[in-house]
Write a protein that binds this ligand. Structure first.
Ligand code: DGL
Length: 271
């Protein structure tokens, strides 16, 4: 039994789509979240910058003495998980490995499509993790940068702008017999419906955030790290800019109102 909080970080508010699954599967755990809203997006930045930011985010969260750190950002998981693990005194769970593993399991040798930010796709992290899982299925990757602003703006997932953008990005998949598509970015689960509609009902959809929450659960269970008290866990969020926007837009990702949000001064996270 371990009552210490689970720490989660993301480049901004997108990681709340991962927290949603954590709260579902581990409702009595306390969660501390850091959203680097001053420096978002990470998806267009270089490895050097993403590694620096991810290490700063993780170090900031260590002050809360967490039992585990979740790298909820796909870009940070893809580019910086090794560095974060090397410097963290507690276990670190990213979203790429669980997402890749689920895709490998469900593909049955058929083609896997990965959707993600430019940096995630360029890093080749998903194809590498799928191969490391012993899966030799063909992997086809597509960067979908316009999805992030569309989701943050709250565009209707079934409206014409989203449909057109989804159709345009996913067009290359139509000639391929895709078995599994991985939502390899924190924002894409909010576009699950139009993505499913564009690809047809036979395609299986893997939400990397949902898979990461499963991994956290099983890892804590295995290590005796679950909080076994019957209570509702707390959630405290810290952001590097604009707490009001984090609260307003983030509640759609969390599917729940966001209560405690605090602005963090740069001197507390920049090293
Ligand atoms: N959180 C990022 C990810 O999952 C998307 C937003 C960004 O580019 O920072 O890759």
């Amino acid at each position: 039994m371990d009552k210490r909080p689970i720490a989660v970080f993301d480049s901004g508010l997108g990681g709340l789509s991962v927290v949603r699954h954590l709260r579902e599967s581990l409702p009595n755990e306390d969660i501390v979240y850091f959203g680097d809203t001053a420096r978002v997006p990470y998806g267009t930045k270089t490895r050097t910058t993403v590694v620096k930011f991810a290490l700063e985010d993780a170090h900031y969260l260590l002050r809360f003495e967490p039992k585990l750190i979740v790298v909820a950002c796909n870009t940070a998981s893809a580019l910086a998980i090794d560095e974060v693990r090397r410097e963290s005194p507690v276990p670190v769970v990213g979203v790429v490995e669980p997402g890749a593993l689920a895709a490998a399991e469900r593909a049955g040798g058929g083609t896997i499509a990965i959707l993600g930010t430019e940096a995630t796709i360029n890093s080749q992290a998903y194809p590498k993790a799928i191969a490391a899982a012993g899966c030799d299925a063909p992997v086809f990757q597509i960067a979908c940068p316009l999805f992030v602003p569309l989701v943050e703006e709250g565009r209707d997932p079934n409206g014409p702008i989203v449909r057109m953008t989804v159709d345009e990005y996913l067009a290359p998949l139509r000639q391929r017999d895709v078995h599994v598509v991985v939502l390899g970015c924190t924002h894409y689960p909010l576009l699950r419906e139009p993505i499913a509609a564009a690809l047809g009902t036979r395609v299986k959809i893997v939400d990397s955030g949902c898979e990461a929450a499963r991994t956290v659960h099983s890892q804590l269970e295995r290590n005796g790290g679950l909080c076994r008290e019957s209570r509702i866990g707390t959630m405290h969020s810290y952001v590097s800019d604009n707490p009001a926007r984090f609260r307003a837009v983030g509640s759609r990702f969390l599917e729940h109102p966001i209560e405690h949000v605090e602005l963090v001064d740069p001197e507390h996270y920049i090293r």
